[in-house]
Design a protein. Structure first.
Length: 217
């Protein structure tokens, strides 16, 4: 697991007015919560977070949050963006306890799709029904992503959650809820089948004849 550090400073002033002033100064308001410590308000350089937000690790890795020189391990739990400007408005981080199991979502990386029998067959559509999954593990076992090797994917095949090869120490909580939660991750089918399934028109209602109307009366 790669290490990524975010530098921050503590802040004592809170509220909408204080947050606006921070943003005008290219700073980003954030909060850290969880664990045995009280929630702590912090501020981070916006550019640092803006650059980090373009990387997958920012959303699914354990982050080293350096607050005034004191480092805590955290997970990003919420990020608020401006509705139309390229601005991040607020962040929520949750403290991580190395001895406690955590649950978070991890991205799926699909490999060798174009080399598979389905990928080489004309007219076949390969659909990624899921692009991320929720995992349960200790912080030290959290993967940045889970690889899904599709090199053997055949036409008509379905890859389910239970087919995923997970790193050691990682579980999928959904699979403990019953077989109905073992949903499809990848589906390979002919494009014609997909079009028919998605756009098949409902049977048109046939107007009643005069005789039928008369009988109905």
């Amino acid at each position: 697991m790669s290490e990524h550090t975010i530098k921050a400073t503590s802040r004592n002033v809170e509220g909408k007015g204080a947050s606006r002033r921070l943003r005008r100064a290219a700073q980003l308001p954030a909060i850290v919560y969880g664990g045995s410590a009280a929630p702590q308000a912090i501020q981070i350089e916006h550019e640092q977070i803006w650059l980090a937000s373009h990387h997958e690790w920012f959303y699914s890795s354990i982050l080293n949050l350096d607050i005034d020189g004191k480092v805590e391990q955290v997970l990003l739990r919420d990020m608020q963006r401006h509705p139309y400007k390229q601005l991040i408005m607020h962040l929520d981080f949750q403290r991580v306890d190395a001895s406690h199991t955590l649950r978070t979502k991890v991205q799926l990386h699909f490999l060798n799709q174009e080399k598979s029998p389905a990928g080489k067959t004309s007219g076949v559509v390969i659909m990624h029904e899921l692009t991320e999954v929720e995992v349960s593990c200790l912080p030290k076992d959290l993967p940045e992503a889970i690889e899904v090797d599709l090199s053997d994917l055949a036409v008509g095949a379905v890859v389910h959650l239970s087919d995923l090869k997970l790193p050691a120490g990682v579980e999928l909580p959904a699979l403990k809820l019953g077989k109905e939660h073992d949903v499809a991750v990848v589906v390979a089918k002919h494009g014609k089948e997909e079009a028919e399934a998605a756009g098949a028109p409902e049977a048109a209602e046939v107007p009643a004849t005069k005789a039928a109307k008369k009988d109905a009366k």
